[in-house]
Design a protein around this ligand. Structure first.
Ligand code: KG4
Ligand code: ZN
Length: 342
């Protein structure tokens, strides 16, 4: 079985072909980074136009890379939301057009479901597992019980963690996306130099909060000698910020693991997914926490952390195998909580 997956919910136009034994036959990602660079963030209107220009191209390239034609595929999946609606519409319409022309099943995939199921593509782990989903727009803890059965344990009450990385980078003039830049700077920094808050650490519940941390980073930068921010200062801010994030994640995930072990005794692993899961410090903090609890730990390879088509193709394949296809009347959704019934 081969499924084509199309992703276009943010600033990457991507298409991939994946087989049911987990082989990625092709994986094409076209980034719009250059288009948005002058604005310091993703501009929805520019993104939608760029997706429109690139959608056919990425599908063509994926087929060429795999050396197959549309006649060889068994289904077409696209991100159906959540995301910037202009882009989502482009991806969904492209997939529907191919499905209709070829008489193939169409599958709408929830973007976060795509991130969450990647661990089964890369590591073949069994349900149920606990997933920390961390990206530019999301930060949540979800129990992945089965395909389509997701139990949200907690999430951010304000900013997503990727957003906090991006804003920290922006305040330091490090450009967009901020995550990789902050991580790189932090390598030469002293994480103990600035005392930044650890929002919600030690509190009941499994929610997150990052807006207070963001504000504290801004104040810290403002208190440094104006116009004379040295490379060392910047590195120390990045390292201190990353440490604070790591501490918060360890606290929240530690609690979540406890609850997960208690209520899902057959649980297999702690999985981290989404763009921020590329962060090595975060992985270093979470891995021992999972191992100590007797759980596996899965973090996708770098290329599958940030947005890509393979995760959508794979999630589509998982759904298709269970007969969970969608009608051509599926309406793209800007908001789409993972645990919401279809
Ligand atoms: O999943 P993703 O590609 O797109 C969304 O669905 O949002 O995630 C993008 C986010 C951005 O906020 C980016 O700064 C962050 O992931 N990110 C990182 C790293 N690489 C990407 N954050 C921290 N460390 C990284 N190495
Ligand atoms: Zn994403």
């Amino acid at each position: 079985m081969i499924v084509l997956g199309i992703e276009s919910s943010c600033d990457e136009t991507a298409a991939a072909l994946v087989t049911d034994d987990g082989t990625i036959l092709a994986d094409i990602v076209l980034s719009q980074l250059e288009d948005h660079l002058p604005y310091g963030g993703v501009v929805p209107e520019i993104a939608a136009r760029a997706h429109l220009e690139a959608a056919d191209l990425v599908v063509r390239r994926a087929l060429d890379q795999a050396g197959i034609g549309l006649g060889d595929i068994d289904g077409v999946a696209a991100t159906g939301g959540p995301g910037l609606i202009g882009g989502v519409i482009v991806g969904v319409m492209t997939a529907k057009a191919i499905a209709m022309a070829r008489g193939l099943p169409f599958i709408a995939v929830n973007h976060m479901e795509g991130h969450a199921l990647t661990a089964r593509l890369t590591d073949g782990i069994e349900f149920p597992y606990l997933a920390l989903l961390v990206s530019g727009g999301h930060c949540m803890l979800v129990v992945i019980e089965a395909v389509g059965r997701y139990r949200r344990l907690g999430g951010t009450i304000d900013d997503a963690v990727g957003e906090a990385f991006d804003k920290t980078a922006r305040m330091l003039g490090l450009g967009y996306p901020g995550g990789p830049a902050v991580e790189r700077m932090a390598q030469n920094g002293n994480g103990a130099r600035f005392a930044l808050p650890r929002p919600l650490k030690g509190r009941d519940g499994l929610d997150f909060s990052f807006s207070g941390l963001k504000t504290a980073v801004r104040r810290t930068i403002e208190h440094l000698p104006e116009g004379a921010l040295s490379d060392q200062d910047m590195a120390d801010v990045c390292a201190s910020f990353q440490h604070a994030v790591g501490d918060v994640m360890a606290d929240r995930c530690g609690r979540a693991v406890e609850l997960f072990k208690r209520d899902w005794p057959d649980g297999t692993a702690l999985v981290i997914a989404g763009g921020v899961s590329a962060n090595q410090h975060l992985r270093n903090v979470l891995e021992p926490l999972a191992r100590t609890a007797g759980l596996g730990f899965v973090a996708p390879p770098q290329a599958l952390c940030t947005d890509n088509g393979a995760m959508i193709a794979w999630a589509g394949l998982e759904r298709l195998r269970l007969g969970l296809t969608d009608g051509l009347d599926f309406a793209p959704r800007p908001r789409w909580p993972m645990d919401e019934p279809r």
